[in-house]
Structure formats: C-alpha cells, structure tokens
Ligand binder design. Structure first.
Ligand code: SF4
Ligand code: SF4
Length: 370
C-alpha cells in the first residue's frame, strides 16, 4: 500500500492493476482448464466466464521494435493486455472463443524476412516449452558458453515439439552458462550447463594492485586459495596461490578479483544434465544428473550439443509412459538402460567422487556414486 497516499516512482506498480478484467473478476474462482491445442489454453470460471490464452514463444533478448509489435497485437486483439511467462513465452488472452482464431491467424502470419515465425504458437501441454537461459557473455563475467547461441540452436532442432504435444509429458530444457546456475538447470528435464575445466589464471602484478585478497580467499567454496608473496624481478608482490586439485572451476574468485580470469577457449564447454524437475506430480522433485561430462563450444550452431539433446528427446518420446517425466522414465528403466537407449557413453567423469574430510559431515549429492 502506498504510504501516506504518496505516489512514488519506487518499484513496479502492483501487478493487480494489469489484470485483464475477466481475470480480475474471477480471481481464485476458476473451475477447470484444458489445453485445446498446443499453445492454446481454455480456463473456465465458476461464474461461467471463459478465458482463452494463446501462448507464443518469445526471444529471451527482445528489441524495442519487437516489444512494440507485441503491444500492437495486444491492443488489436486483447484490449491492450499481455503477459510474459517465467519461461519467456508471451501470452495473449481473450474472453470469447470467437476471438481465438483471428488472434492465432494474425500471430502466425507475422514472419521474419527469411520466412520463420515471429510469434510461433505452442509451448503448452506434453511438448517442449520455451528454453530459459541465463545472461552469458551479454553481461556476466563467468560464463563458459554463450547463452543465446546454444539455446537458439537447440530450439531450432526441437521446434516441432514446441508446436505439438506428441511427448509423454512436458519437457523443460534450460541453460545456465556457468555452474553458479542462475538458470535453474539443476532441476530441468534436460539441462545445458556451461563449464570451465581450468583453474583461474593469476596475473600477479594486477593482483597486487587491484585485488582485495582476503575477499578472494574467502570467496572460494573449496578453500583452494591462500595468500602468498610472489617475487617478480626485484618486486615482492602480495598475491594468491591456487591449489589446483581443490579447484572446481566455479569462478567465484573471479567475481571478487578481476585478476583471476578462468575463461579459456579449450577448457570451456558444455555439460549436459538430465532428469530434474520441480513438480511433485507422480514423484517428488528431483535434481538433474550429469549425463555428458563435456562437449566443446561449437560456435555458431553447437552441433554436438543439439544432436545429443535431440537423441535424448527421441529416446524419451519412444520409451516413456504417458505422463512420465524424463527423470521418472530414466529411473523406471534404470539409468544403466538410459545410457543404452540414448547412446550416451557412461564415463568415470560422470561419477561424483568428491572426497574431502571437511565436507564429510553434511555433504550429499544427487549425482552418480560408486
Ligand atoms: Fe553469470 Fe553463471 Fe549466471 Fe551465466 S549462469 S549469468 S555466467 S552467474
Ligand atoms: Fe576456488 Fe572457484 Fe576460484 Fe577454483 S574457481 S579457486 S574453486 S573460487
């Protein structure tokens, strides 16, 4: 509530101001919903009111021109109302069935110069919804892969499953461009994770000048960094040393100290994880497991990554029971069999063999153990 009735410009406006009238009138009083076709939902309220939602895939990074076009469509068909989902889809809502077809026809008629959809309808039900990704080298300092590039390439090979509902259940694909994972890849059906494989490089001269050394030391989750003195020529510098066998390449030290970069063309690449979910339907939520330890960054189309994901989706489509999520399918057939049917190689890199007495008391893992 505004304090003392003052109007301020601090923070966003209350979201209730942006509800379409039919949503506001029926809030909390919805009787049921159904998925009419891929990308089209029907919600029916206890009052008998109906809402039809048409979902389209959105680009994660959008130009102002593109957003203006979305607003123009919302003005034309939806009385100016539009919403974004947490997976970067855009949803247009109308309050009568007769308004649905003109809206869909308009959306699907808008194409880019090359003929591809600007506003593809889909992403609901037993299919693949939009892939979410983190920011990557658009703004962040620790990515081990691009974010938009592999996601665009993966979505291109999965696009038919965005526009259809042939899969046993919905399948969420996510990307995080480093293992700090602000992209929720730890609980996605299939996850693409950018991964560094080399410890930070140390620029001792800059470290001495720029680094708050206690902060860099404290930032390391595995206590791999210690302060030290380094002699270069006749200079004795304050710097750090990294115990390489303790480093898990997380980049936290680089967050604190710009003289400890760890991005490396050969060392960086992609890890594929699988089997996670946040839903508690049928079985409890699950963390994803690493199923491919490393794939190279193949700019611009990431062929090894997209081939791997496509194979996993096809094996799941062929083998899972109806309503079974990816991880539930893998657990039912057994992870050994999962590696057989997907053609993935099980290597020792997939086994979590982290051993450190400092962590024995509390550390647990959801990865493969031996
Ligand atoms: Fe930055 Fe890592 Fe998040 Fe990517 S996943 S935006 S690199 S913290
Ligand atoms: Fe420690 Fe992570 Fe830096 Fe390695 S990359 S030294 S684990 S903070």
């Amino acid at each position: 509530k505004p304090m003392e009735n003052r109007i301020t410009d601090i923070g966003p406006k209350h979201f209730e101001q942006f509800y379409p009238p039919v949503i506001k009138a029926n809030k909390g009083k919805w009787a049921y919903h159904e998925v009419l076709q891929a990308g089209v939902l029907k919600h029916v309220a206890e009052s008998g009111d109906e809402v039809y939602t048409v979902r389209v895939g959105g680009a994660r990074l959008m130009s102002v021109t593109h957003i203006r076009e979305i607003c123009e469509i919302a003005d034309k068909h939806c009385d100016g109302y539009v919403r974004w989902t947490t997976r970067n889809n855009v949803e247009f809502m109308v309050d009568a069935e007769a308004k649905v077809k003109p809206l869909i026809d308009d959306l699907e008629s808008r194409k880019f110069a090359g003929g591809s959809y600007k506003f593809p309808v889909g992403g609901t039900g037993a299919g693949i919804t939009n892939i979410v990704h983190t920011q990557g080298w658009i703004h962040c300092h620790t990515p081990a892969t691009d974010a938009s590039g592999p996601v665009k390439a993966a979505m291109d090979v999965l696009f038919d499953d965005f526009k259809s509902m042939r899969l046993p259940a919905h399948l969420r694909v996510s990307l995080a461009c480093c293992l700090n994972m602000c992209g929720a890849v730890h609980c996605s059906d299939i996850a693409i994770l950018g991964y560094h494989r080399k410890p930070p490089m140390l620029d001792h001269e800059y470290l001495d000048k720029m680094c708050e050394i206690p902060l860099a030391v404290a930032a390391c989750p595995t206590a791999a960094i210690r302060p030290t003195k380094v002699e270069i020529g006749d200079k004795k510098l304050n710097s750090v040393a990294v115990k390489q066998e303790r480093c898990m390449f997380c980049g936290n030290c680089y967050t604190m100290c710009p003289s400890m970069p760890l991005a490396d063309t050969e060392g960086d690449g992609i890890v594929i994880m699988a089997g996670g979910k946040v839903s508690n339907r049928i079985s409890y939520p699950k963390f994803s497991k690493v199923v491919v330890a490393f794939l190279p960054n193949e700019v611009p189309r990431w062929e090894s990554t997209t081939d791997c994901i496509k194979n996993m989706v096809e094996a799941y489509a062929a083998g899972a029971n109806k309503y079974e999520r990816f991880g539930e399918w893998a657990e039912r057939i057994g992870w050994e069999r999962f590696f057989d049917v997907t053609g993935l190689e099980f290597t020792h890199h997939l086994i979590d063999d982290f051993r450190d007495p400092a962590y024995y008391t509390w550390r647990q893992t959801s990865q493969f153990k031996f």
